[in-house]
Design a binder for this molecule. Structure first.
Ligand code: GCB
Length: 627
């Protein structure tokens, strides 16, 4: 039952937003009886009445918050619940009420007062359900979420479950979960949960695109209004839209009338990436209102950054200026909270990105929280917005349809964001399999169609690439001559670990191999190319000279060799950026080749710089001055 998660809950003259974050009650389903909670209807009563519960913070991953190994390693259903009140005034004022979860990893079923109100597949995108008629007003309400983190070849991302039935080696019923990726599959209610109101006739959706004409900015908009089917509606006429444009300081710039149209802003302040202007990340606010003959019904504040994106076979431009991406692959990852949204961490990470002189990151390998994306918009940090398709293999139709619907949900969530400059349909698929060709052609076409610069409805039809406002990419990691996805893409992104996963210890080969390979990728597809991952693991505090694998020196010298290759490639005119792997060390499953974490961070997991962090700071700031 996947649908779009709706506009982000924001307060306005007509909307109230209440947070349901805090400590929820929590209980795991037993491994040996995973369906127990459904059979015993745990959702029909407070969880604490069904058995022992613990307190679980929301937002947070559940894995690392206690001393319990079974909780950390749990595979299967987990149950959350809490109670909350809504005022009777919401009913008297005929408000429409919506429950919204920023995400729930991976499959989830949401109940209100014992009744299932919605379900969702996929762990990184918002979920909403109108709950107007299911609430008891002025009394206690119960919200329950059942959530399952099992990954299979049919989920995105993929994983697989192995049952070990050799009873001489494993206990009865023993199974293990493996993954097509290297990061910890943290699970839980990772993002804020809200209950919010709108009037019964409300702004359902807003789509903005922007353009530039001389010194003027143009905001084209499409407002979709709706009326809830529940209860009497106050609607004396077809709703009409109007809007005010406010500048960064909240001062009135101009106004417009109509649900579709465009607004001209003379001498507009453009949205520029960090270090490309004195005031990067400039955002206007479009205060959208819908009214009937009796007056204003609903108001929603929509941020807008005025900028253009362009690309051809060699270059990516913002506001008609070529840009070179200086960035990092990242993860939503920290100790204790795992992938839980954490405001101190968000502010710290953006502060570190700016300290580095970086202008971009990739949401490797799944859509990040909207709270993070808001910061990117506001700070002028460009984002390669990636969906959760990592390491995909087996390109069947069911998987493809799921992949397309994830891309549509992602594009729908993020299409108004100026920071999003590229969609990534995946990371390192097994695109050496011939079936990848049609598969990616169709996924890319659907992505382009979802981002068409014309009124968008929920029905997505294939359209031409010329209609899209952002390039589509996928991170390729297959031998270039047996690779079937690249031909469908606008920009070629490749992860490459010379002198780490191949020729380990031989730093001297990096420059030659990197220049050769990326030149060939460009020649093969005649498209801009970028390195989306390179790097080496380092143990903070381990020093060796001459450099030796895992030392801070080895990581730094590997970077220096790569920088020389990138200099050379830049001179050729089609190399549009570099993103190191990774911004910070991050958690990985238990294994013998990594010490509990991927150690390729510029920063430790606690966000302190390694030698590599200091080196990158010098490199990115000097690049920012040069190009
Ligand atoms: C990759 C993956 C990334 C891994 C990295 C590594 O190519 O895209 O998710 O963490 O390599 O360190 O192996």
């Amino acid at each position: 039952d996947n649908t779009w998660g709706g506009l982000y809950p924001r307060e306005s003259e007509s909307r109230e937003v209440r947070s349901l974050d805090g400590l929820w009650n929590f209980r795991l389903a037993p491994l040996e009886d995973p369906e127990k909670g459904f059979r015993e209807e745990w959702y029909a009563q407070p969880l604490r009445k069904t058995g022992a519960v613990i307190s679980m913070p929301v937002p947070s991953s559940y894995n690392d918050v206690t001393q319990d190994k079974a909780l950390r390693d749990h595979i299967g259903w987990a149950w959350y619940d809490r109670t909350f009140y809504v005022p009777t005034r919401w009913q008297e004022d005929k408000q429409r009420v919506v429950l919204r979860l920023g995400s729930a990893h991976y499959n989830s079923i949401i109940y209100l007062n014992g009744v299932a109100v919605t379900s969702h597949e996929g762990g990184h995108l918002p979920i909403m359900s109108e709950i107007t008629s299911g609430l008891v007003y002025g009394q206690e309400n119960l919200v329950t979420v059942a959530i399952n983190n099992t990954l299979t070849p049919e989920t995105i991302p993929q994983g697989s479950i192995t049952y070990h039935d050799d009873l001489t080696r494993y206990p009865p019923g023993y199974f293990t979960q493996s993954y097509n990726f290297d990061f910890t599959n943290y699970a839980g209610l990772h993002r804020p949960v809200y209950v919010y109101t709108t009037p019964r006739t409300y702004i359902e959706d807003i789509f903005v695109t922007t353009d530039i004409s001389g010194t003027d900015g143009i905001i084209s908009y499409d407002i979709i209004t709706a009326t809830t089917k529940i209860g009497p509606k106050r609607l004396n006429d077809a709703p009409g839209c109007s809007m005010k444009v406010l500048d960064k300081d909240g001062s009135h710039v101009t106004s417009a009338i109509g649900c579709q149209g465009s607004i001209m802003i003379s001498n507009a302040s453009l949205w520029w990436p960090y270090l490309m202007s004195e005031d990067p990340g400039y955002l206007y606010t479009l205060k959208v209102a819908v009214s009937d003959t009796e007056g204003i019904l609903d108001v929603y504040p929509q941020k807008v950054g005025i900028r253009t994106i362009g690309w051809n076979s060699t270059t990516l431009t913002i506001n008609n200026k070529p840009v070179y991406l200086r960035g990092c692959g990242k993860h939503e990852d920290a100790d204790i909270r795992g992938k839980g949204v954490d405001y101190p961490l968000i502010v710290k990470d953006f502060s570190l990105l700016k300290w580095l002189g970086a202008n971009s990151f990739r949401t490797s390998h799944y859509p990040y929280a909207e709270e993070i994306m808001d910061m990117a918009d506001q700070e002028g940090i460009m984002v390669v917005d990636e969906c959760p398709a990592i390491g995909l293999s087996g390109f069947g139709e069911t998987l493809m349809n799921k992949h397309i619907s994830v891309m549509e949900e992602l594009v729908h969530r993020d299409r108004n964001r100026p920071s999003v400059i590229m969609w990534s349909v995946g990371n390192e698929p097994r695109s050496d399999q011939a079936a990848a060709k049609d598969y990616f052609r169709l996924v890319v076409a659907a992505t382009r169609a979802a981002d068409a610069t014309r009124p968008v409805t929920k029905v997505v039809a294939a359209t031409k690439a010329e209609d899209s406002s952002r390039p589509v990419t996928c991170v390729l990691n297959r031998p270039k001559y047996k690779e079937y996805a690249g031909s469908s893409l606008d920009i070629i992104l490749v992860n490459r670990y010379y002198s780490w996963y191949s020729d380990t210890g031989h730093l001297e080969i990096i420059k030659l191999q990197t220049v050769t390979e990326f030149t060939e990728w460009h020649e093969l597809h005649n498209k801009p190319v970028m390195i989306s991952e390179y790097g080496a693991g380092s143990m903070p505090g381990l020093h060796t000279d001459p450099a030796f694998t895992w030392s801070e020196e080895y990581q730094a010298e590997l970077m220096l060799q790569n920088f020389e290759a990138f200099d050379e490639l830049r001179k050729k005119g089609y190399f549009i950026g570099e993103m190191i792997w990774n911004f910070a060390d991050f958690a990985t499953p238990q294994e013998y080749n990594r010490p509990g974490a991927c150690m390729k961070g510029l920063f430790t997991r606690a966000r302190q710089p390694k030698l590599a962090g200091h080196l990158m700071r010098v490199h990115y700031w000097s690049l920012a001055q040069k190009i």
